[in-house]
Design a protein around this ligand. Structure first.
Ligand SMILES: Nc1ncnc2c1ncn2[C@@H]1O[C@H](COP(=O)(O)OP(=O)(O)O)[C@@H](O)[C@H]1O
Ligand SMILES: CC(=O)N[C@@H](CCC(=O)OP(=O)(O)O)C(=O)O
Length: 259
């Protein structure tokens, strides 16, 4: 993937926070207060979100069955319409509303807005209308953050022909973190990080993660999170956190932190 140069990437402290669909329906006060603390610490915050449970509900209503391969939804022609309208039309405005109500100036975006997420098909035969991000135009993010407005990005990408494409929310979060030169990436989900043998891990390295995937300890929706995390670390972002909505969870770093 190539990225347009973000003019502010080096000058500003930026954090990308991805809200998993499972957390969206019950964000608590602690989350909003942590959020404001980050802003007070001088972070420009960029939010991305998923919406798996809402998509599942809307697909079920219409009796459209879908399956996931390693956390990626196989998205046929019928399903993409539902995914796009659910993320852009339902989930994104609800989240923007909640943020605005909490006093955070938020604005909703998707991959079409000022060519934010330019995509090609990942692998049509296997996944259908799933996008692979080829270019991110961070210009709109720069404009908003420069004006203390929080961009809230849903995980719908655009093909050159104007086809909406489904992208996993964790993948969008990782790629945006890279494109805007974020210092931190926070993946907020419904579990307190990576659980191995029944225990949540405080920290993890890419080597451990590869091993846990091989051993079948990391599966399903956790796979795009850790894969995105490793890509981000390899590109030089020092740490990625997979946390619950009290921001408790696993910190992933390239080398083991001192305990
Ligand atoms: N080792 C693991 N540790 C924690 N969660 C895991 C692990 N392996 C698989 N998972 C699953 O990943 C889920 C989180 O991914 P997902 O459902 O896609 O969340 P989100 O909607 O927040 O992106 C957890 O609820 C859990 O079921
Ligand atoms: C291609 C792909 O898998 N897209 C995801 C997009 C939503 C998402 O990622 O939602 P969570 O963050 O809640 O998991 C999907 O259709 O479920």
């Amino acid at each position: 993937m190539t990225t347009s140069k973000s003019t502010q990437a080096t000058a500003h402290k930026r954090i990308v926070i991805k809200l998993g669909g499972s957390t969206l329906e019950g964000l608590n006060d602690a989350f909003f207060s942590n959020f404001k603390t980050l802003q007070e610490e001088g972070y420009e915050v960029i939010i991305t979100h998923g919406g798996g449970p809402a998509i599942n509900r809307e697909l079920e209503k219409r009796e459209i069955p879908t399956e996931k391969i390693n956390g990626i939804r196989v998205t046929n022609e019928e399903a993409i319409e539902v995914v796009q309208s659910t993320l852009v039309g339902l989930v994104n405005p609800m989240l923007v509303h909640d943020l605005n109500r909490a006093g955070i100036h938020a604005i909703g975006l998707n991959g079409f807005d000022m060519n934010l997420l330019q995509c090609e098909l990942l692998d049509y035969e296997t996944y259908g209308y799933v996008g692979e991000i080829k270019k991110i135009n961070t210009h709109i993010i720069d404009i908003l953050t420069a004006n203390q407005i929080v961009p809230v990005v849903s995980c719908i990408g655009a093909s050159e022909e104007g086809q909406g494409l489904n992208i996993n929310g964790d993948t969008v979060a990782s790629e945006i973190a890279l494109a805007v030169g974020a210092e931190r990436l926070l993946l907020v989900t419904d579990v307190s990080g990576i659980r191995i043998g029944g225990e949540y891990q405080k920290q993890a390295t890419p080597e451990q993660i590869h091993q846990w995937i091989e051993e079948g300890e990391i599966t399903g929706g956790m796979i795009p999170k850790v894969e995105g995390a490793i890509r981000v670390l390899n590109a030089g972002i020092p740490k990625v956190e997979i946390v619950d909505d009290t921001l408790t969870g696993t910190t992933i770093t390239s080398k083991e932190l001192v305990k």
